[in-house]
Design a protein around this ligand. Structure first.
Ligand code: AMP
Ligand code: MN
Ligand code: MN
Ligand code: MN
Length: 286
């Protein structure tokens, strides 16, 4: 692969996905193989609040000659809302990043207990133990693991139904959690030599004023990028965030947010092209 293709907006870059070390179901090795088989040309593993899958992912990528970018997706709060910030090209040995993520993982464990109590009140039995059975990494118990348990037990037939009826931000899922503050998340990523990227902007329920304030604050804190092409964007959202990237001077990222075969919208690498007229977040990662 030549220099031109590696830095081009047409590169099949997939810079957002999850292994079983967070709320995916495949191992880092299985994901690396799958990315390679699906034609991904630049790949990042970005587990929620967790770095422990990166060494295995990097090792397999070395054996199959797949360029690899170590990443993470940090749970964060801005203006009382949860936002996700992807850190790309981070040094997984960085202490500020490691300590910050450990604090978030501790929050997840106590949050899971509260969530299970609320679900119990809604008639769902045994969800704490049930969710943990689905969580390969018990430190990283997520609403996704609760959702898989509710589907398994027949409370709902799809993951979407679980989020609509039980786990959404307006339902039992709305347990107050002390994630990182936005400036902390961006700060850890920058301290670890990485690039901070706003994950799936189309998912946040901000009005236009709040969205502008969010993008401004993120940029002032040292944030550099935004996902324009993601598994959670419809075509019109892709167009909308293309304009946002241009207006704010953000680097543009592309990632499937793949979690599990048959469960995720998009498979690894099966993404629309990054629109032209954007500077890819990978422009200088050759
Ligand atoms: P948590 O970080 O524990 O609050 O869990 C959030 C995770 O739930 C996200 O990373 C997604 O993987 C998953 N999720 C959120 N909303 C939905 C949805 N509507 N359908 C399926 N999965 C969802
Ligand atoms: Mn997830
Ligand atoms: Mn996310
Ligand atoms: Mn994600």
């Amino acid at each position: 692969m030549g220099l031109m293709t590696r830095t081009s907006h047409l590169l099949n870059a997939d810079l957002h996905c999850h292994s079983l070390l967070s709320d995916g179901v495949l191992t880092p090795a299985e994901l690396a193989q799958r990315a390679g088989q699906n034609g991904v040309q630049l790949w990042s593993l970005t587990d929620h609040d967790e770095l422990s899958g990166l060494a295995e992912a990097r090792e397999v990528c070395r054996t199959i000659d797949l360029p690899f970018i170590p990443g993470v997706e940090i749970s964060s709060t801005w203006a009382n809302r949860t936002v996700h910030i992807v850190g790309l090209n981070v040094d997984a040995e960085n202490e500020a990043l490691q300590t910050g993520l450990q604090a978030i993982r501790d929050e997840r464990v106590s949050r899971a207990r509260k969530l299970a109590e609320r679900l119990e009140a809604m008639g769902v039995q045994g969800s704490y133990e049930g969710a943990l059975r689905h969580a390969a990494n018990p430190q990283l118990v997520s609403r996704t693991h609760f959702a898989r348990y509710l589907v398994e037990q027949g409370y709902c037939s799809t993951m979407q139904e679980v989020f609509d009826r039980y786990l959404g931000d307006k339902r039992a899922g709305n347990v107050r959690v002390h994630w990182s503050r936005l400036e902390e998340a961006v700060g850890w990523i920058v301290a670890a030599g990485g690039r901070a990227v706003i994950a799936h902007p189309g998912r946040y329920i901000f009005d236009a004023t709040q969205a502008d304030a969010f993008f401004d604050a993120f940029r002032q804190m040292g944030g550099e990028g935004i996902e324009v092409v993601t598994g959670s964007h419809q075509p019109e959202q892709c167009r909308k965030y293309t304009k946002v990237a241009q207006r704010y001077g953000f680097l543009a990222s592309r990632g499937s947010d793949f979690h599990a075969p048959g469960e995720s919208q998009l498979d690894l690498g099966a993404l629309p092209e990054l629109p032209s007229g954007l500077k890819p977040v990978w422009h200088d990662w050759v």
